[in-house]
Design a protein around this ligand. Structure first.
Ligand SMILES: Cc1ncc(COP(=O)(O)O)c(C=O)c1O
Length: 416
């Protein structure tokens, strides 16, 4: 493909060459678990190539072995994702948590510490605080990921606890939309490297904005992780995850994926590849709807707060980081109502158009009461410290007509 094309163009075609597939404009689906070799020597060569970190020098297609290791649909999706994220390569997994788990297992060792922004997605929180601690890995939360002193003080605490193996950043954060300064954290990672002699990789969870609105690698992150289940898949009908970055760490992740068995199957790769073609259109429309809904909620007497990043003051610290880092405000945010859990439940039970469900990034609008659903398992104190209380509702705005969504919320809020 010619270089310097816009992402909106690349997302329609990158990673797929019709000429290599009988001119088929759309990619074929390779529904096979295993691949035959042309000869015994080819079998040996293809196995040798699989374990190498670099592609063959003559550009020859190395061939495939077994679908858990790699398969053509995974290759197409990875190539497209890498282009969209501005990365050398990408690895896809059978869900976002599998991608996060692979990052943790690949780059953390017993006795390490892991720095992370707060809040962090409930599943990641569970991985850090319930699972990895059993392997001698200690998490340290950053209280204010926009403030250099706060980031450095968390880094010092983590270094005192052991070698910092990884820095996990989620921005905007689920569900509060809290923003972390990626380039600040990348600079602190370099300082940590100078002090401890090992550079912790900075892995950014880009699920809330995706490649059309935020590119963490361009801000200094080493890895960009995305739950493709959300805006990339975009229709709430599949689960997938992706990690983009430099060739070397992605090779490590792909090798680990093989032994974890967390590859993405051919059909789901094909579905995500197709969905990526319309991702920018969906995110644009959902973003317009989200702004309209957030504006409506902001003036409603039953609503006490709207954490929509599109409303940040451009002259504030968060506003400046938002302007440098993000090209859009996304369409998932939290708002708070009066009356606690009982009022929230009454309101939710009256909704007619908006679906009550966890997850986000689909064509349909979804809403959930974070404290009793996505963050049910996060201990109350840690939940409250980051502002997820009984009044918090997370909404993922879809592509329906905004007037219908606003009318649905208006009639439901009468119950508060
Ligand atoms: C910010 C964020 N990261 C990661 C995940 C995990 O993704 P998946 O459900 O695809 O495993 C989610 C899921 O909701 C999420 O919201």
């Amino acid at each position: 493909m010619p270089g310097a094309l816009h992402r909106n163009t690349l997302t329609v075609a990158a990673g797929y060459d019709a000429k290599a597939h009988h001119g088929s404009v759309k990619p074929p689906l390779f529904n096979t678990s295993t691949f035959s070799y042309h000869s015994a020597q080819h079998a040996k060569d293809v196995h040798a190539q699989y374990f190498r970190a670099t592609p063959p020098e003559d550009g020859a297609d190395p061939g495939y072995i077994y679908a858990r290791l790699d398969h053509p649909n995974m290759g197409m999706l990875q190539a497209r994702l890498a282009v969209l994220d501005g990365a050398e390569d990408a690895a896809v997994f059978n869900c976002g948590m599998a991608a996060i788990n692979a990052i943790a297992q690949a780059f953390l060792r017993p006795g390490n510490t892991v720095l992370h922004t707060r809040p962090i997605y409930g599943g990641t929180d569970g991985l850090l605080y319930s699972h990895l601690v059993q392997f001698g890995i200690t998490p340290f939360g950053i209280t204010d990921a926009l403030d250099p002193d706060s980031v450095r003080s968390a880094a010092r605490a983590a270094m005192a606890g052991g070698r910092v193996g990884l820095i996990m950043v989620e921005t905007p954060a689920n569900p509060t939309s809290g923003i972390a300064d990626i380039s600040l954290i990348a600079a602190v990672a370099a300082e940590i490297a100078a002090l401890q002699g090992h550079k912790p990789l900075v892995a950014v969870d880009n699920t809330f904005l995706g490649p059309f609105q935020q590119n963490p690698l361009a801000q200094g992150a080493d890895l960009c992780m995305t739950s493709l289940t959300k805006y990339a898949g975009g229709h709430s009908d599949l689960l997938a995850g992706g990690v983009s970055g430099a060739a070397a760490p992605i090779h490590t992740l792909k090798q680990l994926r093989t032994v974890l068995g967390s590859h993405l199957d051919a059909h789901t790769c094909w579905m995500v590849l197709r969905s990526l073609e319309t991702m920018h259109l969906r995110t644009e429309r959902a973003g317009e709807n989200a702004r309209a809904i957030a504006s409506f909620l902001r003036t409603h007497p039953a609503v006490t707060a709207v954490n929509y990043v599109g409303f940040v003051d451009p002259d504030s610290r968060v506003g400046r980081v938002f302007a440098r880092q993000c090209r859009g405000a996304g369409s998932t945010f939290t708002f708070k109502i009066r009356g606690g859990e009982a009022a929230a439940f009454r309101m939710l039970d009256r909704l007619r158009v908006i679906h009550m469900a966890v997850s986000l990034g689909g064509t349909e609008t979804l809403i959930c009461h974070s404290a009793t659903t996505t963050h049910f398992n996060v201990p109350e104190q840690r939940r409250l410290e980051v502002g997820i209380d009984e009044n918090s509702l997370r909404i993922s705005v879809g592509v329906e007509h905004q007037d219908d969504l606003i009318e649905d919320l208006r009639q439901a809020l009468e119950a508060v």
